[in-house]
Design a protein around this ligand. Structure first.
Ligand code: MN
Length: 483
């Protein structure tokens, strides 16, 4: 992400004279350089803003730079906010209002009116805060000294999300099937997703992929099998079945790359004409490399998965599907039929071949592993409420399998929902959360909320503080607000 840039804009005005403004610029440069060392993206001081014209020019630079993913704004001195109106109205990228200071302590023994004139963030930031509130501008407010580790970690989170938003604008999903017959929650308005989130979802007949598979050479297949041998344990002697999955993977990846840069993939176990097996191992390995995936025509989960994978640095993130409960231990078992990402593996994944009791195809090769334990993870679902999208974010705790499941040869994870099993499941159901989610052990609730806030998406959070009565009232209020 370091090739992505966030510009640092400092607010001031001409009132204080050249000498003060020179120090304001020097301080800003020093602060941005310090912050830059600790961010996943590049943070660069752009300018000190002293007039409406300067702010418009600065914002135009932010908008025009294709590597720039957002702007940090901070007021070193007072910066009358009417001069920010035109510029902020033009800003199209994520904004962070960093309420920080050059000094951390007040110099009690020497503080005088000159110091007050030069250092008045508490004064200037309030003027900016009012205007941002008045403009209803989406932004993240972060408070703290620029060397404070908590403030820096919040800022790093925001930078990651800003880069994720830029990535989201370019997300393309290739879909080899329409929605599974009769299934409701995987449906949705693709035009609205394109308008709101930038997601382009294209359909291709499965026959186009079958032609691509036929073009894959034995040499290419050998090379991918070599990669499998490094990453996984070959626990089958049915090499021909594994080779077939390797061919699917090579063909899908080439299809994605050559037909316009798709980062999300969608298939459907009921629409595999011309394929012998359901792509299992192939889809798992592709998710391992960072692709988003949605089964049964689910393009929303594929697109969300691609965005979350990007933000998570392609770690601990992928499709999950809530299958069955252990009501005694209060756990959810998540697995799909086959397509769980090896990013969730706690044990080295084994390539195995077994029958699949659905879809009527040959036995597919798949990766089999136990899922990781993680004290904090998120499960995220995007649903279409008819007049808007709703993003549901649940905090979960991934736990070690309480017992082995030798007769279930798939990848999976087990988790406890927050705040507790019964409240967490009930809240998810009241909110209309899907059985397909994207789970991430790398991303936090606040990062998902920041992402949604930029787009003005309705977001509901289920975490330690969720109380079911308040949660239900919030859903009713949302129907009024967004209705
Ligand atoms: Mn499903």
């Amino acid at each position: 992400m370091k090739e992505k840039i966030v510009y640092w804009l400092t607010g001031s005005q001409t009132l204080y004279g050249a000498e003060v403004l020179e120090r304001v610029a020097l301080h800003s440069e020093e602060m941005a350089a310090y912050v830059n060392e600790r961010m996943p993206v590049t943070v660069k001081y752009l300018t000190t803003c002293k007039s409406s014209e300067e702010i418009v020019r600065a914002v135009e630079a932010v908008n025009a730079d294709e590597n720039c993913v957002g702007a940090i704004v901070w007021c070193h001195t007072f910066s009358p906010a009417k001069m920010w109106i035109k510029g902020l109205n033009l800003l199209r990228k994520p904004l962070c209002h960093f309420a920080t200071q050059y000094h951390d302590r007040i110099p009690y023994d020497t503080i005088d009116m000159n110091f007050m004139n030069e250092n008045q963030s508490a004064h200037g930031d309030r003027e900016l805060g009012y205007l941002l509130a008045r403009l209803r501008k989406a932004r993240r407010v972060i408070v703290g000294h620029y060397r404070d580790s908590d403030a820096l970690s919040e800022l790093a989170s925001w930078c990651k999300v800003a880069a994720g938003i830029a990535f989201s604008e370019s997300v393309k999903v290739c879909r080899f099937s329409d929605n599974m017959r009769d299934v409701a929650v995987t449906e949705g308005d693709k035009v609205e997703a394109h308008i709101r989130l930038g997601w382009q979802v294209d359909y291709y007949p499965i026959g186009d992929l079958v032609e691509e598979i036929a073009r894959v050479t034995e040499r290419e297949t050998d090379a991918l099998l070599g990669e499998y041998a490094e990453k996984y344990v070959m626990a089958t002697d049915r090499t021909d079945v594994v080779r077939q999955q390797a061919k699917y993977e090579i063909a899908i990846e080439r299809f994605c790359r050559e037909r316009g840069g798709y980062v999300g993939i969608v298939d459907h176990f009921g629409a595999l004409h011309g394929l012998d097996q359901l792509p299992g191992l192939a889809i798992q390995d592709l998710q391992g490399k960072g692709y988003g995936f949605g089964p049964e025509g689910d393009w929303k989960t594929a697109a969300l998965g691609a965005v979350m994978q990007y933000m998570a640095g392609q770690k601990g993130t992928g499709l999950m599907e809530d299958y069955t409960y252990d009501l005694k231990s209060e756990l959810v078992l998540g697995a799909h039929m086959l397509e769980v990402s090896p990013q969730f593996a706690a044990t080295k994944p084994e390539i195995q071949v077994h029958p699949l009791a659905i879809g009527g195809k040959s036995d597919p090769a798949r990766l089999v592993f136990e899922g990781i334990a993680a004290p904090e993870a998120v499960a995220v679902s995007l649903v279409d409420m008819g007049n808007r999208f709703r993003l549901i974010v649940q905090k979960i705790e991934c736990v070690k399998y309480p017992k082995k499941m030798p007769a279930l040869p798939v990848g999976g994870i087990m988790w406890k929902p927050k705040p507790d099993f019964k409240t967490g499941v009930a809240a998810w159901l009241y909110a209309g959360g899907a059985h397909h989610t994207v789970v991430s052990t790398e991303l936090s609730v606040s990062e998902i909320v920041d992402f949604a806030d930029f787009y003005g998406l309705e977001t509901v959070v289920i975490d330690e503080k969720t109380e079911i009565g308040i949660f239900r009232r919030q859903l009713s209020e949302h129907d009024l607000i967004y209705g």
